[in-house]
Design a protein around this ligand. Structure first.
Ligand code: NAD
Length: 495
């Protein structure tokens, strides 16, 4: 059985903790590897390596850092298929989703290739006589990233490029469920020429996270995962004086107005609800059907669902793969049961789908007539379950979004520009889509939600990412007038 190890100081670093966790292929249900879990001493060793590397790395020129980032970008692109293969093998997502994930990660490396533009600083000449005031942004030191299972390559790439390009060293603690892809993208950074210790990977769980949160040499923590852990990481990291950005869970609403293009709305709902088996923080989990759009929309979604091909992600015909674990599958199926028992209408029941292997598969579910008191509405299910809430007016839809505890994404489908404009202003969420179901910002904007979807005040990647990984320094400088200089500069003198 292959044991997946840490990457410290540029080399594979076998764990001595003696503790391992199994890694599964969710499409077969079989264990594919074991993961070595970090001990406290191994966390300390990774931090010491990163701290030592920082002393040199922070002085490496911008020109050199950008050159390395370009090399890294090219290597990740050249290895896109292999990264995607690892994603499918351990996460289960189908090949097209896996390739798309890597492409969205590469966007962030491309952004960091132009980091000099973001680090230009500011300058005021003659704030007072002979006095100039200017600001620069400097790296923080060792920063850590703790990432979720659902985007094992993309989410680390939300963090690593900007963190390194701005002169920090980085410790990645990936999800223990699918560690091979993030380990590989870190190995590619070594191959691109980043010095040993600039990017370390630590395999582990709560023990490792807690040590990173309290370690005095870790200056900042970027976290992406579920809301309870995001809140815990935010509060604990802050208590230890660190800068923390912590992105949490979601329950994203898609409001469909009566004038919407039904085909577009139904296509969008199906791809956004069931893509990647609904294991996306930007998945649509609630369709808010306004007025008489509900019946035709539910019918159009149902027709499309019945055509979805669910199967092993390595099969090119598959459009949706399995869930990440057996427990996740059982939890999702139990939510469908709860919805039915609470009185909602199960239009398509994913529990009825048959699969002829031991993979962690379930079918796609559509639940109509959902009300806000039901657990299918209140909780983040994180699986291929789409709820439909029927309302009479646009305003009721906006109110639902406002009253929901999460505020990651929200979308509206309409042909009315005025309604769309109103929604963009009123939707209580950090990322809004207009006739776009999953409005994940491009790499030169920043990603993050509101309310329980984000703890802290800095969103991820893009300009906000650069801000998070740097601290501002303002310099006030005075130089006497050159006419008083002891060096003859050719200015007229008073005598
Ligand atoms: P998770 O919170 O269980 O785990 C995330 C990370 O935290 C992992 O690296 C894990 O090892 C670590 N962790 C887990 N329990 C911990 C504990 N008790 N103490 C310290 N560390 C702990 O999340 P997940 O199941 O891997 O990912 C799915 C969740 O992530 C969903 O809620 C999803 O919405 C969310 N997510 C959010 C975003 C976003 O941008 N807002 C993006 C992707 C995923």
């Amino acid at each position: 059985m292959n044991t997946i190890q840490h990457l410290i100081d540029g080399v594979s670093s076998p764990s001595t903790s003696g503790v391992t966790k199994p890694v599964f292929n969710p499409a077969t249900g079989e264990q594919s590897a074991e993961l070595a879990m970090a001990s406290l001493a191994e966390v300390d060793a990774a931090v010491a390596s990163s701290q030592a590397a920082f002393q040199e790395w922070r002085h490496v020129s911008l020109a050199r850092r950008m050159k390395l980032m370009h090399a890294y970008r090219n290597l990740v692109e050249a290895n896109q298929v292999e990264i995607a293969r690892r994603l499918t093998a351990e996460h289960g997502k189908v090949a097209s989703d896996a390739m798309g994930e890597v492409a969205r990660g590469i966007e962030n490396i491309e952004y960091a290739c132009g980091i000099a533009e973001m680090l230009k600083g500011t300058y005021n000449e003659s704030a007072s006589s002979g006095v100039d005031v200017y600001s620069v942004r400097q790296p923080l030191g060792v920063v850590a990233g703790i990432t979720p299972f659902n985007f094992p390559a993309m989410v680390p790439l939300w963090m690593i490029p900007n963190a390194l390009a701005t002169g920090n060293t980085f410790i990645l603690k990936p999800s223990e469920r699918d560690p091979s892809a993030p380990l590989f993208i870190a190995e590619l950074a070594q191959e691109a020429g980043f010095p040993p210790g600039v990017l370390n990977v630590l395999q582990g769980d709560k023990l490792a996270v807690d040590r990173l949160l309290e370690h005095p040499d870790v200056k900042a923590v970027s976290f992406v995962g579920s809301s309870p852990i995001a809140q815990y990481v935010y509060e604990t990291g802050s208590k230890y004086g660190k800068r923390v950005q912590a992105l949490g869970g979601a329950k994203n609403h898609m409001v469909v107005l009566p004038d919407a293009d039904i085909d577009l709305a139904a296509d969008s709902a199906v791809s956004a609800a069931y893509g990647s088996a609904g294991e996306r923080c930007m998945a649509i989990s609630v369709v808010v059907a306004v007025g008489d759009v509900a019946d035709p929309l539910v019918e159009a979604i149902k027709v499309r669902m019945n055509k979805l091909v669910i199967g092993d992600g390595t099969d090119p015909a598959s459009e949706m793969g399995p869930l990440i674990t057996e427990e996740a599958r059982d939890r999702v199926n139990d939510y469908v049961r709860q919805g039915a028992e609470a009185g909602a209408t199960v239009v398509v029941d994913g529990r009825n789908a048959n699969f002829d292997n031991n993979g962690f598969f379930t079918g796609v579910t559509l639940i109509d007539n959902v009300t806000t008191d039901m657990s299918v509405y209140q909780d983040e299910i994180f699986g291929p379950v789409l709820s439909v809430v029927r309302v009479n007016t646009y305003q009721e839809g906006v109110k639902l979004i406002e009253e929901n505890r999460w505020g990651n994404g929200a979308a509206i489908f309409t042909r009315d520009g005025g309604a769309a404009r109103r929604f963009q202003e009123e939707a209580d969420a950090g990322m809004v889509g207009i006739n776009v179901p999953i409005p994940v910002p491009v790499g030169y904007h920043s990603f993050g939600g509101w309310k329980d979807s984000l703890f802290g005040d800095t969103t991820m990647y893009g300009p906000e990412g650069v801000k998070f990984y740097t601290k501002s320094k303002v310099i006030t400088s005075r130089w006497p007038d050159p006419s008083t200089s002891s060096v003859n500069l050719g200015f007229p003198t008073n005598d």
